[in-house]
Design a binder for this molecule. Sequence first.
Ligand code: IMP
Length: 458
Amino acid sequence: MTVTIVGSQLGDEGKGGIVDVYGDAADVVVRYQGGDNAGHTVVFEGDEYKLSLVPSGVVRGKVGVLGNGCVVNPRTLFDEISTLQEKGLDPDVRVAERAHVILPYHRILDGIEEDVKSETDQEVGTTGRGIGPTYEDKAGRRGVRIGDLLDPEVLRERLEYVVPQKRALIEDVYGLDIDSLDDPAALDVDALFEEFREIGERLEDRDMTVNASAFLTDAMADGQNVMFEGAQGTIIDIDHGNYPYVTSSNPTAGGAATGTGLSPGVIGNGEVIGIVKAYLTRVGSGPLPTELGGVVGDTPDYDESTDGRNEELAEYIREEGGEYGTVTGRPRRVGWLDIPMLRHSARVNGFTGLAINHLDVLAGLDEVKVGHSYTLDGEELLTMPPTTEKWADCEANFRIFDGWDDVDWAAVAEEGYDAIPENARKYLDYLSAELDTPIYAVGVGPGREETVVVEDVY
Ligand code: IMP
């Protein structure tokens, strides 16, 4: 039995909390895309763990797998494993030999390209972890895979081919002097070879590498429960998101098949749970038709006067929801729930259930709005248009719901769905009906016990 957890919006929907709740019954937790651009905090037995690459279930003793669709920074991988070991845990992490390696020059190139783009206001606001440049090399067939680290001859050959190209790119295209970079060794074949050959030995000594497809198929044949933990979200998917303000992988449910080597049938026969934050946030630039406030430098053509905006309310939700980047501390942009976005997301992913998070954050407001549809060129649209430029031109048509009181949410979680304040249930029921998907869980607070579980998934 499989459960796939997918972010339905722009990332930061609180997937970690739901993985935590449902992951209890899982034996194996798998990431199928992305790398150390994700960020989640797991609290377990009073200790707090900040993880960006290792699947969070590892903290609870599950086997963690980084699938072939991931890009893996081995420095981060071993740092996170060491941190877990220092806290007395014995993490069991496996890495697909087909996964691609983030090399030090990928981070450098990520930074340089963002700088160059920022000169013409075209920066994406990446996490700077080298994610895009690594997937570029994967598609360009000049990447280094985890399996290559196990074979020094192949590793050397790959580096000797690719590193001179990166040097030329930095020097001749971007006009920078490699020796004046913070880490010139990042572009030195010998230094890279030594470091990454040694990493290969470590991976091999610890028996950490796997053929993900075979490993997971065997686990399922043994009757084990597998959870696929999507990172980021549908609207920053490279294919289905708001290109170019996207990450370079497929957080959508299809990515769970290609990113692990299991068939789409395996994923589709299981549960696919869409994680929805009860409002909307966005890190960095790009459109946001239901934006409530604005963040200077991120909100395009920032103008407070736009209909539906309310700076004070945005600030309030940002504070209540702790809407600041986990890694960077950047304030997130805040908006009302965007239903055309979620209709797109539900269609692309085929959600079998929804988990709605942060319902408590909206408690105490007089009214809660949702962007029910858009108007574009005088026409009403119920779903997102395929180009980001058209999406930017969409005007949200809002529906207004009566607000709900702040209550003892832990008690609500214990009592169940019917204990949720009536107006909040109306909001949830509307959402479920619009997306034609049942609600499986509702997050009403940051703690693990503050989740109303409607449906047990395994
Ligand atoms: P990258 O994944 O670092 O290349 O960043 C590309 C875009 O995805 C940027 O807009 C990032 O802010 C966004 N992004 C990447 N990871 C996350 C995440 O975990 N949560 C929210 N946004 C993310």
